[in-house]
Design a protein around this ligand. Structure first.
Ligand code: CUA
Length: 311
């Protein structure tokens, strides 16, 4: 994605463009008002400053023409802004008139992503075919979160016990950054995600691969890692399709190695970082719900080599 001042100015979908355009119009109108006010104050300060020997200025009381102008003028601006805002809101938030294509569930402090017709579940990464509109249903597993991908859509809250909807679409391929924008606890800042917009063929290939169960361990070390995964407490919180799908308190790891980030954005998903994360997640993302299991380096190594095979 090209570097830009802000994704608010560099949008990649019609709803986000509607918000961006509204913002720019309001900015220009406010800028003109600011210039007029500053200009009038400046002119008054210079032209009507106190001068030695000058007489007191003549006071005057009431000016019907001026009063009409400064009442009608701002009223017209407000009506204009209201109409533009109503239009922008309609464009940015089309009605949710179908079954959702995607379900996003906010957790402290990560995102669960489900593709309902397929059973695919992933985390912190939304794949999207370019040019298609996805209806996203937003839920929360715990507290209020807020879903925002500035380049693609409006903000929308995730509220416990309630479902909200938002449309997500991208006109061009790219990785679009998203984050939680409602303070939701100690690791709120590390509740990030990516929307990966790709060609319909790449999306279909990705989804097809995601539908597979977790890969069988190929090496002794990976085999050992799978055993540890099942015997340590990992399996109580993480699902691994093909092994166990009982838990969703933490991200589904079926295709962990295919993802770009760990800990909802706090680390890039590399083998070294995965080792560090498993060794002591609390040293990396303090307060997150993954405990330090105090594993030996050999155990962490085996787990890492297994998880690295889960493409
Ligand atoms: Cu979730 Cu802030």
């Amino acid at each position: 994605m090209p570097a830009s001042f802000s994704p608010i100015f560099d949008t990649a979908s019609a709803p986000a463009a509607a918000i961006s355009d509204l913002f720019k119009i309001v900015l220009v109108i406010c800028g003109i008002i600011l210039l007029i006010v500053v200009g009038m104050v400046g002119t008054s300060l210079i032209r009507f400053r106190q001068q030695t020997g000058a007489a007191e200025p003549r006071p005057f009381f009431g000016n019907r023409k001026l009063e009409i102008i400064w009442t009608v003028g701002p009223a017209l601006i407000v009506v204009c802004l209201f109409a533009l805002t109503a239009r922008g809101m309609r464009q940015a938030d089309p009605p949710a008139n179908q079954e959702p294509d995607l379900i996003v569930i906010g957790h402290q402090w990560w995102w669960e992503i489900r593709y309902p017709p397929t059973g695919v579940t992933t985390a912190n990464e939304i794949h999207l075919p370019v040019g298609r509109k996805f209806l996203v249903r937003l839920e929360s597993a715990d507290v209020i979160h807020d879903f925002w991908v500035p380049a693609l859509a409006r903000k929308m809250q995730l509220i416990p016990g309630q479902t909200n909807h938002i449309w997500l679409a991208a006109d061009a391929p790219g990785n679009y950054a998203g984050e939680c924008v409602e303070y939701c606890g100690v690791q709120h800042a590390w509740m990030r995600f990516f929307v990966i917009a790709e060609s319909p063929e790449d999306f279909a290939a990705w989804l097809h691969n995601q539908e597979n169960s977790a890969a069988n361990p190929a090496t002794d070390s990976a085999q050992n890692g799978l055993k540890l995964f099942q015997t340590l407490t990992c399996i109580n919180c993480h699902s691994l399709r093909g092994v166990s799908v009982a838990a969703n308190a933490a991200p589904d790891l079926t295709h962990l190695a295919d993802r770009k980030i760990l800990g909802a954005g706090i680390l890039a998903n590399t083998e070294t970082n995965l080792f560090r994360w498993l060794k002591n997640p609390q040293a990396i993302k303090t307060g997150c719900f993954m405990p330090n299991l105090k594993l030996t380096d050999a155990q962490v190594g085996a787990l890492t080599s297994y998880l690295e095979t889960l493409k």
